[in-house]
Write a protein that binds this ligand. Sequence first.
Ligand code: 5AD
Ligand code: SF4
Ligand code: FES
Length: 350
Amino acid sequence: MNRDEIIQKLSFSDEKSLAGLYGQAYRVKTETVGRTVYFRGLIEMSNVCVKNCYYCGIRKDNAGVTRFTLDSGEIIASALWAYEAGYGSVVLQSGERASEEFIRSVELVLAEIKSKTEGKLAVTLSLGEQTEETYGRWLAAGAARYLLRIETSNPALYARLHPKDHSFDTRLNCLKTLRKLGYQTGTGVMTGLPFQTVEDLANDIIFFRDMDIDMIGMGPYIPHAQTPLAAGAAPAMRPHSLEMGLKMIAVARLVLPDINIAATTALQALSPAGRELGLKAGANVIMPNITDTKYRAYYQLYDGKPCLDENAGMCRDCLEQRIKSLGEEIAYFNPGTPLHYTARLARNPQ
Ligand code: 5AD
Ligand code: SF4
Ligand code: FES
């Protein structure tokens, strides 16, 4: 698919064209990755962050946030819960930090999860920009996957969404380093950002292809009232944001048939059935929140985050029900390694 065709599909707005697009993406998904959903248990480790992204509710300068950091025992208990529940993988996510103390604590948690699960639980990290040395240490300690969203592939738009000391090039180089080191590498963007055009979104899809990435997590931008980007902005056009998020999933599936694509929580924040719609548009991964309920309200990147009062078991039961209703199967006790990663490893053994 070339750029013009991608733009054309992302511009669909009538019901018939949209249904055709989602249907086509669903067929490609069924033929390549199957009607199978992989669960990644999401552990929100800490909302402490050194950065100040203009869109994010837990940015450093938001003084209205109560900051928390889980201790290693809490993180490991959540990871073991996921392991015993048959989730193939957990995602350790937090705000960005670069102190040696932080790096070391992640290293120790990784080592302990590895030994307690005999290396059978795939661990994904989503801890922002780090040095090559740090990424290397975490890989050696047992992480296999890393998620680092590029947020937008347009450097000029990136510059409007971040303070001056946040660098698009640094982020891009981090992604390249992760690839080079041998991580299963995930990235993604926010859709429906202020100033973002459909051309930008088409370029994002081409960026994913050119970067040869293995996994995508992307979702609609949702304003958070206590952030500079939301201040004075018109209320989000919710049905429209949801639709663009779904179109991006569908086109990504058509362009990159063998990657893993997440139906993200932000979709569910816009519509109760948002994640099911994501699966129907071509996504094959869901990240059920397994963070202890008492911390969930403090980890709000955007307003209206769902499942604040639920616990890990409730989210699992809820999602099981929803996925069953689509006629899809949850792959328990399966790490769900992206087919794309396995194929590129076969091409270029490391
Ligand atoms: N709306 C939607 N997604 C957001 N993120 C941060 N703030 C928002 C928001 N207001 C996303 C970013 C980041 C990921 C962890 O959460 O893409 O990479
Ligand atoms: Fe920190 Fe990530 Fe939020 Fe930026 S998006 S402020 S890096 S938690
Ligand atoms: Fe948390 Fe539905 S996913 S309650």
